[in-house]
Design a protein around this ligand. Sequence first.
Ligand code: ADP
Ligand code: MG
Length: 397
Amino acid sequence: MIRGLRELSDLDPASLDGQRVLVRLDLNAPLSHGQIADDTRLRAALPVIRTLQDAGARTILCSHLGRPKGRRVQGLSLMPVGVRLAELLQTELHFHDDTVGDDVEYLTREIPKGGVLLIENLRFHPGEKANDPGFAAQLGKLGDIYVNDAFGVLHRSHASVAGLIQHFDLACCGPLVAREIRALDRLLDGPERPYVGILGGAKVSDKIAVLESLMNRVDSLLIGGAMAYTFLRAQGIEVGDSLVEEDRLLLAQRLLERCSAKGVNVFLPTDHVVSDSPQGDVQVLKEIPAGLKGFDVGPGSVGRFSDVIARSSTIFWNGPMGMFEVEAFAGATRGVAEAVAAAEAYTVVGGGDSAAAVNQLGMAEKISHISTGGGAALEFVQGTDLPGLAALRTKGG
Ligand code: ADP
Ligand code: MG
């Protein structure tokens, strides 16, 4: 039990024997030329499937893949995912090329105990994203028990996450979701201090909500990435041609004032890796003249950030410090990742690009928790009640 949620591990395995268990997974693996380019998410789904197989359940797996926009797109079929999953599980896996309907329902009853059925991409149906009650009811016919082990979609009010719940008597979260919630809960529930928030990435507008809620929780805030330039500009500092969200300048100013009123220390970069374009010649400057843009936090600022990080006990990091995809601008993200990895603190990294950066730099093992869900992790850390968790909670603990 966590936060009023029942976990799959709370159920007696004997109670699963012969039951049809509908499992919402995140099998949204990156594809390249119809092949699975990275099977991390498939591997992550294996524990819940094996648990159900061992208990003799009839397991029905559902997931979205890509953005088919409510219609059948051949290149976004879950079929290749099923083939790879079967290899990883080393079992036979049944596949149905539709998601709902009488045939699918029939098959859910026909698969043997311990068998696994994968149904077609949920987002081939417009009802999935629209949280259509009719589509949710059809999903409800596919199982006796519902398990959600797709952390990355818990912030979505979709049919397979929220709408279907009323059609199940018994629902619980799977091991991946339980692990994420345990890890992220430590940031909400009395985090050890000092608590430092590190924010970066491209756009202030994307991160305003995180910023506003983090400033109520943290002792210090380190701001890097392109969003730093809007904050610097709001303080009247010249940032040349760096990315500035002009329509957010007042807001940035107000956020800084509120941080100062609350006693939150805000650290902004004081030197920058600049160029006229991502491919151009690179120099490190304290002031950015017109014609040049900041693409990364400078080494002096990384040093200051690292000192704050080293003295912290809890760290939440979202958003790369610079345009890390280009090697010349990866230095600050690497430096901050090294500092976070070395800190004797509880460290959490959330966000698609941030997690990718940490993995790419080979630092993943030195981070306490890397969240698999970008948007879901950010909303959770802000203290938002995620629709998927709210739905599960209606089924009690
Ligand atoms: P996350 O996915 O971790 O939440 P974001 O999507 O907000 O992170 O931001 C990541 C993007 O921000 C990356 O593509 C990176 O290149 C870009 N970025 C960071 N700093 C800069 C900068 N100074 N100029 C341009 N782009 C930047
Ligand atoms: Mg991103």
